[in-house]
Structures are given as C-alpha cells and as structure tokens.
Design a protein around this ligand. Structure first.
Ligand SMILES: [Zn+2]
Length: 546
C-alpha cells in the first residue's frame, strides 16, 4: 500500500494506496470540521489536496445517524481518501471522552474511512513521566485490543506512537508497531510542542520513532501546523501530516507564509500571488465581514501550504531538500536550533539518505550546520571505513585548492603532478595526492570526481569557523591513523590557513619529522629530498620501483 518513488535526505516521495484512491506523499491532509467548515471541501480539492482528515469522535457525537446512513465521503462531499482521527486529540484537550476503543473502531468501519486511527491517549508535552508512561501503556493496550474489533480488510489502520518528550517511551511505543498488524505509524502529541515552538524536541521525537519503526512504513505526524516546519519534518522522514492551522490562524486574522505568519492588520500590500491575493487588496480584505475574511484568509493559507508541499516534492526530486530545510530554518531561531540539533543525528540521516542520487545541481555548504547533511557524513564514513590508500604510495602530499572543480583538473593540481613526474620519473605512484578540505576533510585524488566531491559550492568564510576546522582536522587525523605513509607533505594554503595550522600541529605530534610543511616554491626541493630518502632507506622500494 506504500511505494517509495524518490528520496532525498531521509525524506521521500511516495504513494499510499487506499480504497478511494492514492495519496501522493509527502502530503498535508487539511482538517475538515464535520460541524462547521468555512472552506468548502470542493475548494480544498481544487487547490490540489488529494486527501483530507476529519474527526470520527465529533462525527459520532454530533452527526452519528447521518454519518452511518450516508458514509463519511458523501457526508463531507469528498470522494478521495479520507482519514479519520479517533478523538485522542479531544482527550488531550478535555481530559476524557465517553467512547471505548471498540466504539471508535466499529464506527470508523461503518462510515467507510479510508485511513482510520484507533482510540489513543496522547501524551502531549506537559505530563509527568509516570502519567506519560501510563498513557503509552494504555494506547498500546488499545492498539492490541482494537485489532480484534476490525472486520473490514479494505481500510488502512493507524498505530499512534505516544511518549511525548520522554524519548525512551517514544522508542518503546514505536517498538510495539512491529508486533502488531498496522499499516501506518502516526507520531502523536506534537501540537503542544509546535504551539510552543519546541522544534528541537520535535526533532528528537521524530528521529527516535523513525529509528525504531520499519523504514518502509509510512509515517504520519499529527497536527503538523505551520508550513515553515514542513521541509524539516519531511527531511526527517515524515510522509503525511494533518493540520487545522489554515483555519485556526484565519480565525485570528493571521496570514500564513512559508517563513512565518503576519497579522492582517500589519499588512498594507498582499505580497502573494495566490488566486485570493491577486483578486483583492489588503484594504478590501480588511473591510470584509469576519466570516468572509476568515474564509479568504483560510483559502490563502491553504494555497501557501500546498505550494510548500509541491516545493518539497520538487526539492526531493531535484536533490536539494537539505538546502530548502536550511532556508526555512532561518524563519525562526527555534527552527534554526532544531536544524543545528541535527548534528547529533548525522548517522541517522546518513543511514536513511539515498546512496546514489541524481541531482539537478551541486550541494551547498554554508557553515557548521551543513556538516550534518548526509553527504558529508557519508563521505566521512566511507573514507574512514571503506577506503584504503593506493598500495604503493609512500608519500602523501596534502594540498588545499579552493578554485576549480573537479579538483584534479585545477591548474595547481596539474602543476603538482608534473613536478612529481619530473622528480620521481616512472615511479610517481609512490606519491599520493589528497586534497584537504574544510567540509570533506580529505579528498583522495582518485575519487575527487565522484559525487559530491566536485559537485558542491561552499562559503569560503566557513573555512575559518572553529567547528569546521575541528571537523576537518579530526577526519585528516583519523585518515592518517588508518593509512600510514612514510612521509606527509603539507602544502600550506592561505585560503585554508586555519586548517593548515591545526593539522600541522597535530601531524607533527603524530609523525614528528616525517611531516613536512612546504609551500609551492620549495615543493620541488622537498620532493627531490624525499625521493633520495625513500630510495636510500627502502630496499623493497628501490628494488621494485626505483
Ligand atoms: Zn495569498
């Protein structure tokens, strides 16, 4: 029922098949209120939403007979996939509700939901650990029990992952998913976290759940809220999410944009080209009746949300989702903190990212935050775990080259290789050249054209940042601990002076006099000197190669 078609970072484009049609993911399911819905369902559909979510508990309480007679699709006037929530959110809001897990399962089956949620007990973000644990246990009990009440096989059932800010509980709750027969895992309770901009905590919850849940399972996030967080949650592997933000914000006269929210009263010009904003002025919008205004703003909010979803899907296809996440992270300092917190999840991202990816452009490397991107982590992992230096090399020349890519086509590299040939004659394979680099640490010459080692743009200013210098130094040192050479020559480059300084200091400790610092003027002499040394002291070397 779920097919993954494309991937970038841990995000994916996929297709969830339901009885009422397919949902292209990532997808936002707008919340449709079964009692009072300002924006007609047809309008929501015309904006591009393929599926919606409504609340089965409210339907049961307020329009039960009608829902049972007509079914949820006819009742709401929407023929595409409909997901129904169980009332867990109402428990979170009001503490208690008066239905049983069995009532909710049977009701959702009878009204013909395509994707149904069992009755869960959300943990929110404020409960004590003890209370949170109790709710996780109750939700698991409800999940086990609810399977027995199911009689239809043409619906998708959702297992709610609870635990809130207690990550061990999130992990435990996620681990039970594998034992039970459910189609989709939904991460519960993020709404209080989103309302309070607890974005780093949200990242922790998503990564914890994703690390335990099977990779092929579609992941839903309840109440995802504002479009500015969509790129981040998708990049972490969330496939679908629902939100009532479009109407909740509209009721408050707040217009949603990809990078934040603005109150209508503070707007003089509608800087938006959606069909709503191109037809009216801010002044006209302000002078509408409250009902009309709400409706107009809600439709604008839906257009903006849909545009962001399409943009995310394009970014996954084009391989620049990470860049989109970085851009959106600048919308709010807490969102930026959430992005920065990804550095602790480098191996998670590297594990979930596609190994080979067709991209429409090279990757952008800005600052320390970019170190968390999967390409950087994957390079480090492959370099330090799988790579071994060329068999016969005895001298490593480390050179930093800023301009020109691929690096092996650069003028400096060609000059260096010519010098090596001139000095070593037919034995130039004794010399191995590698590029030292702020983001990649080390790029051995023979792999420098592999993606993405020549397909990137970086901020030169970043080379001076402490976090980046330390990152590069760590990789270079680990590389040299794994691959031993008789000599290492470091050609000092002004562009990377901080890195050179640090690396030289460490290498001198490691290699003593076998680490030689040089510049382009004295490089020829150093090479000749080393050629002499190698031929004099290495019998094996002389016999075989010199
Ligand atoms: Zn607009």
């Amino acid at each position: 029922m779920f097919q993954i078609r494309n991937k970038d970072v841990a995000g994916r484009i996929g297709e969830i098949r339901t009885r009422s049609g397919s949902i292209r993911t990532p997808a936002l399911l707008p919340v449709v209120n079964p009692i009072k819905q300002e924006v007609e369902v047809d309008v929501i559909k015309s904006i591009g939403f393929e599926s919606i979510i409504t609340n089965a508990y409210i339907l049961k309480k307020r329009r039960e007979r009608e829902a049972l007679e007509r079914g949820v699709h006819r009742l709401l006037g929407f023929q595409g996939p409909i997901m129904t929530d169980s009332g867990g959110y109402q428990i979170l809001e009001y503490g208690k509700i008066d239905v049983t897990p069995r009532d909710i399962v049977e009701f959702q089956e009878k009204i013909g939901s395509d994707i149904a949620v069992i009755l869960d007990l959300p943990t929110g973000a404020d409960l004590s650990r003890e209370e949170a644990e109790k709710r996780v246990v109750e939700t698991i009990k409800s999940a086990r029990e609810s399977i027995n009440y199911r009689s239809r096989s043409d619906m998708l059932w959702v297992y709610p992952v609870q635990g809130g800010v207690f990550l061990d509980l999130v992990s435990y709750s996620s681990s039970i998913f594998r034992e039970l027969d459910y189609d989709i895992a939904a991460i519960g309770s993020p709404t209080p976290m989103m309302e309070r901009y607890m974005f780093p905590a949200l990242v922790d919850v998503i990564v914890t759940a994703k690390s335990v849940l099977p990779p092929s399972t579609p992941i839903h996030l309840f109440g995802a809220g504002h479009p500015m967080i969509f790129p981040l949650i998708v990049a972490l592997g969330v496939d679908t999410f629902d939100s009532a933000a479009y109407i909740l914000y509209a009721r408050d006269d707040r217009m949603i944009f990809e990078d934040g929210t603005v109150r209508l009263q503070d707007i003089e010009e509608l800087a938006c080209t959606c069909p709503v904003c191109t037809k009216i002025t801010a002044k006209e919008l302000k002078s509408m009746t409250k009902y009309e205004r709400e409706k107009h703003i809600a439709i604008h909010n839906l257009y903006i949300s849909m545009r962001e979803i399409k943009r995310i899907r394009e970014a996954i296809r084009g391989g620049y989702l990470w860049e989109l996440v970085e851009r959106r992270a600048r919308s709010h300092p807490r969102l930026y903190s959430a992005l920065a917190s990804l550095s602790k999840y480098r191996s998670f991202l590297a594990k979930h990212a596609p190994f080979l990816k067709t991209r429409i452009r090279g990757i952008f490397l800005f600052d320390e935050v970019s170190l968390a991107r999967p390409e950087v982590a994957l390079h480090e992992e492959r370099l330090l775990e799988n790579y071994t230096k060329p068999q016969h090399s005895k001298v490593l020349v480390l050179v930093g080259i800023l301009e020109d890519k691929p690096l092996t086509s650069s003028e400096k590299y060609l000059k260096l290789r010519n010098m090596v040939t001139a000095v070593f004659g037919g034995n130039e394979n004794l010399v191995h050249v590698a590029f030292y680099h702020p983001f990649w640490g080390i790029i051995p010459e023979e792999i420098s054209e592999c993606f993405p080692l020549s397909q990137f743009e970086m901020s030169v200013e970043a080379c001076k940042r402490r976090g980046i210098v330390e990152h590069a130094e760590r990789i270079i040192l680990n590389y040299l601990l794994k691959n031993s050479y008789n000599y290492t020559i470091v050609i000092v480059s002004e562009d990377f002076s901080e890195i050179c300084e640090n690396v030289l200091k460490t290498l001198r400790k490691l290699m003593g006099e076998r680490c030689i610092e040089t510049d382009w003027n004295t490089l020829g002499k150093v090479l000749s000197f080393l050629k002499e040394k190698i031929s004099r002291f290495s019998g094996h070397c002389r016999d075989s190669y010199m």
